[in-house]
Structures are given as C-alpha cells and as structure tokens.
Design a protein around this ligand. Structure first.
Ligand SMILES: O=C(O)CCC(=O)C(=O)O
Ligand SMILES: [Fe+2]
Length: 301
C-alpha cells in the first residue's frame, strides 16, 4: 500500500495491483497502514473468544434460520468431508445494522476492538478501490460509490488442529459472494489454498500482511476484468488456525451489474446479467450448498 501511495511508484504499483486482480483475483497487501495496535488487539480478542468454553461462546450462538452469531456455518451437504471449524459471523457496517445481541461481551475488549477494526478496514478498502478504479480506467468515485455505505460482514474462523487432515476440510471450495475480501491471519498457521486452473496453490501468509481477494460482485462490476478466486482451507495436523475475514459488499442502485461507466469507456458489451442484490445472494448461497464453485455467475453467452 505504501508503494501505491508513493507518487514515484504509484503507476507501476497500480499496474501490479491490476495484474494480480486480473490473473489471480488474489494478492497479499503489506504496509497497508492499518494501525498495528488495532491489529494486535483484534488478534488477541478473537483468539481469546475462541479459547473460551463452548457454553460461554454459545451466549452468542447462531439461531435457526439465522446467520449471525457463533457456530458451524458452512457444512456443505455436497461435500463428503466434515467442516473442521467454528465460526463467528457479524454484520459490522453500517453501524445501524449491527445486532449487538450477537457481539460477544467476553472478552471485555471484543466489541470496542472489532468496531475500530471495522472502521480501519473500511477506509483501507476504499483506498484500495481507488487504485483498482484507476487500473480499470474509470473514475475512483464510480467504484468507491458502489461500496460506500454498503454492508461490511466479518467472519472469524477457528480451525482446530486435525490429526487426519485428509478426512476433513476447514472450508469447502468457494468464491466469496461480496465485492472485496480482506483476510487477517491471527497466527502464522498456513492452510488457505487458492485455485488457478486445475491446481490448488497454498498461501504462505506474509508477516504483517493482509490477504485481499476479489469477490463475485466485483467480478460482475468489472465486467469480468477482475475474477473472483476459488479458495478452500485445509486444517493443520498439529496447530490450530484462526482468521478474521472482512467482506465488503457493493451494488449500484440495489443491483449487481457491470458498471455503466466501464462499459461506455471500453465500448464493451455486458458479460453478466443485472441481478438484484438479494437475488444475487440467494444464487450464491444455493451454489455454495450444491458445492458448485464458480458456476453461479450468470455469464451472458
Ligand atoms: O479462513 C480462511 O483462511 C478463509 C476463510 C474464507 O474463505 C471465508 O470466510 O470466506
Ligand atoms: Fe472465502
């Protein structure tokens, strides 16, 4: 990020950012500028939450039919493997959508720290989107306004160690159904793999870095210039792994569709149908439940 902001390096760094979004849909961001103290506090608070006894964590348990709260969220019926993870999902932005009943009061620091991280990651995402817009050849405002005041959802995952990793999956292969994802490793345990073609590539988290990946909504907004990336999690045989994942949502007038400015400037035809935001989520969840990786996006012929 520091290089993107540096006037001397910005052009070449923006090109690198663009090629990562086009070729991989995934990259690691270092020198991201998020307050180090906040990062450390998030790591501590989330690790402490997962270390609490199950009864305590169940004070914020997910309810039948709901999705916010603590529990096992992603047991994909299509997979014959167990999902080896526990997870806490919260809506974090805009502030008025927060349901504090699901925000842990234990540890005491949790709510305050998550609020601060939520604010910091929102502004980081906006800065990053500015550079992505430049790379796509559209105004920063066009892309940023698609994300402004939209939902931010956080998923905190804990994957306990598993002595038979071949029998389980930390998380089944999927793409993220939002605009942009920022992932923080709480510890150094690897486990995330991203797919390119037929191969799965293990991700080695860079110390102090954040992983960023393009989600399905961004793929559509960019008319396929950027591609969402399929990924999965393999648990570690000896070490637990904890992550904090921030999803930034986007839409234009309640729709998920290629950005008109992009189509106009590039003289491109839309490669995706315009879909209402809610419909888009339903399709994404259905595809997830059926274990269909990237087939969900409605690509025009
Ligand atoms: O925990 C991870 O490494 C990945 C989590 C993930 O892919 C997600 O929450 O969508
Ligand atoms: Fe994901």
């Amino acid at each position: 990020m520091a290089n993107l902001l540096d006037p001397e390096l910005s052009v070449s760094e923006t090109a690198k950012l663009g090629s990562a979004c086009r070729d991989w849909g995934f990259f690691q961001l270092t020198n991201h500028g998020v307050d180090e103290a906040v990062i450390q506090q998030v790591k501590d608070s989330v690790a402490r939450f997962f270390s609490l006894p199950l009864e305590t964590k169940n004070a914020v348990a997910v309810r039948p039919g709901g999705f916010q709260g603590f529990g096992h969220h992603f047991n994909a019926p299509a997979s014959n493997k167990l999902d080896w993870a526990e997870c806490l999902i919260l809506e974090t932005q805009p502030v008025h959508v927060r349901n504090m009943e699901f925000w842990p009061a234990n540890p005491l620091t949790f709510r305050h720290v998550l609020d601060r991280y939520s604010v910091e990651t929102t502004s980081l995402a906006m800065r990053l989107l500015g550079f992505m817009a430049t790379d796509l050849g559209i105004s920063q405002e066009t892309l940023q306004s698609a994300f402004r005041n939209k939902r931010q959802t956080m998923a905190m995952h804990h994957y306990p160690p598993c002595r038979r990793p071949e029998r389980v999956l930390g998380m089944t292969p999927h793409t993220d159904g939002f605009g942009l994802t920022l992932l923080l490793h709480v510890d150094g345990t690897p486990g995330l793999q991203v797919r390119r073609g037929r191969r799965w590539f293990p991700v080695r988290p860079l110390p102090g870095g954040l992983l960023v990946n393009v989600g399905d909504v961004m793929e559509v907004l960019s008319n396929g210039a950027y591609g969402s990336v399929e990924h999965r999690v393999i648990p570690h045989a000896e070490k637990g792994r904890t992550t904090v994942v921030v999803f930034m949502d986007a839409s234009v007038d309640g729709m998920v569709a290629p950005l008109p400015e992009l189509l106009l400037k590039g003289g491109e035809t839309p490669r995706y149908e315009a879909v209402e935001r809610l419909e888009f989520s339903k399709k994404h969840l259905k595809a997830l439940a059926q274990g269909q990786g990237k087939q969900l996006l409605d690509t025009k012929p």
